[in-house]
Design a protein around this ligand. Structure first.
Ligand code: 5GP
Length: 189
């Protein structure tokens, strides 16, 4: 059986990356399966261990690094580690499925370097930093300092765009979903 390919999706936070992945993951033409990352952050309400993430203690995460069980890992937020498990990629590929990874911009660049032509790296971008700021303000879930921090981080993450194979602007969600779907379809089929 042909080995599955890798689809890397990265984006500045607040860009709608998870929503886009949610809308294409079950498309039968794409034969995707989600790579469940390891993380040391605590589960949010409704998140299930082994489904959304493999939730590890810091000790377990260090052990995974020592055992060479991770393809890559990053401290995405202070004290919060996230990493791609080798076992996940192998399991999905050996199943003949394509692996979809939702990882931060640095991880995305690193995985692309490792897998070369076997991977397609997609960068999802907000229409502009100003629009992102407005979206975060209108959501009204965060205090202004937190919004400013997220916007600053997003501006930094945007500088990674050119290191990806392709980018998709998430202005209109349906359009962004269709574009992402079509890029993946062309790559895997
Ligand atoms: P969240 O805590 O909101 O689930 O994820 C925070 C960030 O960590 C997101 O940008 C997500 O893409 C990233 N992330 C999730 N898993 C991994 C991983 O295995 N490796 C890296 N480098 N980033 C990850």
């Amino acid at each position: 059986m042909k080995k599955g390919k890798l689809i890397i999706i990265s984006a500045p936070s607040g860009t709608g990356k998870s929503t886009i992945i949610g809308q294409i993951i079950n498309d039968p033409d794409l034969k995707l399966e989600f790579s469940i990352s390891a993380t040391t952050r605590p589960p949010r309400t409704g998140e299930i261990d082994g489904v959304h993430y493999h939730f590890l203690t810091v000790e377990q995460f260090k052990e995974a690094i020592a055992n060479d069980a991770l393809v890559e890992y990053e401290e995405v937020y202070e004290g919060r580690y996230y990493g791609t498990l080798k076992s996940e990629i192998e399991r999905i590929q050996n199943n003949g499925k394509n692996v979809i990874l939702d990882i931060d911009v640095k991880g995305g660049v690193n995985v692309k370097k490792m897998y070369g032509d076997n991977a397609l790296s997609i960068f999802i971008q907000p229409p502009s930093i100003e629009v992102l700021r407005e979206r975060l303000i209108s959501r009204a879930t965060d205090p202004i300092e937190a919004i400013n921090q997220r916007v600053d981080k997003a501006a930094y993450e945007l500088t990674f765009k050119d290191r990806f194979d392709v980018s998709v602007v998430n202005d209109d969600l349906n359009t962004a979903v269709q574009q992402t779907r079509s890029l993946i379809n062309d790559f895997v089929n």
